[in-house]
Design a protein around this ligand. Sequence first.
Ligand SMILES: *[C@@H]1O[C@H](CO)[C@@H](O)[C@H](O)[C@H]1NC(C)=O
Ligand SMILES: *[C@@H]1O[C@H](CO)[C@@H](O)[C@H](O)[C@H]1NC(C)=O
Ligand SMILES: *[C@@H]1O[C@H](CO)[C@@H](O)[C@H](O)[C@H]1NC(C)=O
Ligand SMILES: *[C@@H]1O[C@H](CO)[C@@H](O)[C@H](O)[C@H]1NC(C)=O
Ligand SMILES: *[C@@H]1O[C@H](CO)[C@@H](O)[C@H](O)[C@H]1NC(C)=O
Ligand SMILES: *[C@@H]1O[C@H](CO)[C@@H](O)[C@H](O)[C@H]1NC(C)=O
Ligand SMILES: *[C@@H]1O[C@H](CO)[C@@H](O)[C@H](O)[C@H]1NC(C)=O
Ligand SMILES: *[C@@H]1O[C@H](CO)[C@@H](O)[C@H](O)[C@H]1NC(C)=O
Ligand SMILES: *[C@@H]1O[C@H](CO)[C@@H](O)[C@H](O)[C@H]1NC(C)=O
Ligand SMILES: *[C@@H]1O[C@H](CO)[C@@H](O)[C@H](O)[C@H]1NC(C)=O
Ligand SMILES: *[C@@H]1O[C@H](CO)[C@@H](O)[C@H](O)[C@H]1NC(C)=O
Ligand SMILES: *[C@@H]1O[C@H](CO)[C@@H](O)[C@H](O)[C@H]1NC(C)=O
Length: 358
Amino acid sequence: MGFAKVVLTVFVLYAAAITPPIHSFNCTTSTTTTTTSCNGLVGYISPNSTTLSSITSLFGITSLLSLLASNNLPPSTLPNHTLSASQTINIPFPCICVNGTGIPKDPPLYTVVSGDTLDHIATKVFSGLVTIDQIQAFNMIVNASLIQIGQELKIPLPCSCDKVNGETAVHYGHVVASGSSVAGIAQQFNTTEDTLLKLNGLASPKDLLAGAVLDVPLKVCTSMVNSTSLDYPLLVTNGTYTLTAGNCVMCNCDASNNWTLQCKSSQLNSSIWTTCPSMQCQGAENSYLGNTTSSGCNRTTCAYAGYTNQTILTILAQDSTCPVSNNNNASKFNLQGWSWSFILILVQLVLLCHHFIH
Ligand SMILES: *[C@@H]1O[C@H](CO)[C@@H](O)[C@H](O)[C@H]1NC(C)=O
Ligand SMILES: *[C@@H]1O[C@H](CO)[C@@H](O)[C@H](O)[C@H]1NC(C)=O
Ligand SMILES: *[C@@H]1O[C@H](CO)[C@@H](O)[C@H](O)[C@H]1NC(C)=O
Ligand SMILES: *[C@@H]1O[C@H](CO)[C@@H](O)[C@H](O)[C@H]1NC(C)=O
Ligand SMILES: *[C@@H]1O[C@H](CO)[C@@H](O)[C@H](O)[C@H]1NC(C)=O
Ligand SMILES: *[C@@H]1O[C@H](CO)[C@@H](O)[C@H](O)[C@H]1NC(C)=O
Ligand SMILES: *[C@@H]1O[C@H](CO)[C@@H](O)[C@H](O)[C@H]1NC(C)=O
Ligand SMILES: *[C@@H]1O[C@H](CO)[C@@H](O)[C@H](O)[C@H]1NC(C)=O
Ligand SMILES: *[C@@H]1O[C@H](CO)[C@@H](O)[C@H](O)[C@H]1NC(C)=O
Ligand SMILES: *[C@@H]1O[C@H](CO)[C@@H](O)[C@H](O)[C@H]1NC(C)=O
Ligand SMILES: *[C@@H]1O[C@H](CO)[C@@H](O)[C@H](O)[C@H]1NC(C)=O
Ligand SMILES: *[C@@H]1O[C@H](CO)[C@@H](O)[C@H](O)[C@H]1NC(C)=O
């Protein structure tokens, strides 16, 4: 009896070490034009100690800054920064939906070296983020044991652009470690067991397999970015930052700050302008992006509202922690969220054409 109970517990709590089935993420959002894509993200664990520059070349990441931002490493981090073998590094990439499945807009290209097998490439080089079958199908390889040295393979990293429970999220590809449980993963990533089961087509937590790539939806910070902005929608997950508006603006997402995106000048050189456009909020003296002024329980923030090819848009947003009168219980609930009230939108109409690199 006692023994049976122990065995049962082991089966319920721990994922079995069985070869996982083919798994890619469902993705049905329309990303039909060549320009639309969403933020894909996977957790990579290098089999050996490695450097950031090796990671950027393995995954074909064009911007080291985007890799740093996804991992909350300072923008000044050098490419020779080393990572240990057991460390998880977040790999950001643009994702599109094709035939109901999410794939990278520009899949990483891996060149086969002497001694490689598809199994080694899938399970070791790409730490199980893809399966042999996925690489084989994606590259139309007839016989998996016949790959040539120098052959280029496109790696179909899993991703999705779909909303989850009606909310925009970043879908994170998480390789299930042996011994983990659905409940534990849900807790680790601030989601629910139910959401994980549904999203991954699992009937029960017992169906979780070690080595499978789980689609984990990550909540993003709310922002004031205008839908007409070039970086809309700006999706930043908890504990990370992003550089936007040609690297002029740095935005942090911190769950403990009511899941509200906090943006300020990055003080970095711009990738699109010779100098960054003004980030001053007009109508508020000496108020620049990220500045907050408090008046009693009222607080006004000069927030980021997006960018165009000529300007950085700002908005004066107000929130309040003023106590509400007790005669209306409903109004107490309204205080739960971060209620912004728009005062004005400021589009800095400074002509910055002369700032452009021709
Ligand atoms: C990384 O490169 C910088 C200069 O490029 C050098 O000063 C530093 O010693 C290098 N660090 C490591 C760990 O190789
Ligand atoms: C999508 O599916 C259709 C029909 O099955 C097929 O003809 C087409 O080649 C597929 N597209 C891609 C990019 O795989
Ligand atoms: C990791 O290091 C081992 C031993 O140095 C080597 O055989 C293996 O190919 C390396 N793996 C990768 C993916 O580079
Ligand atoms: C794949 O190639 C290997 C080596 O040439 C061969 O032994 C095997 O029969 C082939 N498999 C199929 C399914 O053609
Ligand atoms: C997610 O984190 C927030 C705190 O930011 C917490 O209030 C909430 O309960 C968590 N949700 C889940 C599903 O764990
Ligand atoms: C993914 O899409 C397929 C085909 O539409 C569907 O059969 C399957 O149930 C979907 N899986 C999940 C987990 O929603
Ligand atoms: C977004 O920007 C456009 C013009 O750039 C403006 O007309 C519109 O009111 C803005 N929307 C919001 C929600 O601020
Ligand atoms: C947000 O990230 C921080 C730091 O990475 C972490 O300590 C915290 O638990 C996370 N909160 C949620 C709700 O995910
Ligand atoms: C406003 O923001 C600017 C630029 O980020 C900073 O230099 C300044 O100290 C801030 N002022 C206040 C009052 O926070
Ligand atoms: C806060 O703002 C509200 C209106 O938004 C105003 O009625 C109230 O007097 C303000 N409180 C303080 C302390 O400034
Ligand atoms: C900026 O955008 C406007 C329209 O939105 C366009 O007419 C103009 O050519 C663009 N300028 C540059 C330098 O891309
Ligand atoms: C977050 O919201 C709660 C309740 O609405 C409020 O008490 C708290 O001060 C807010 N935190 C921040 C950092 O604004």
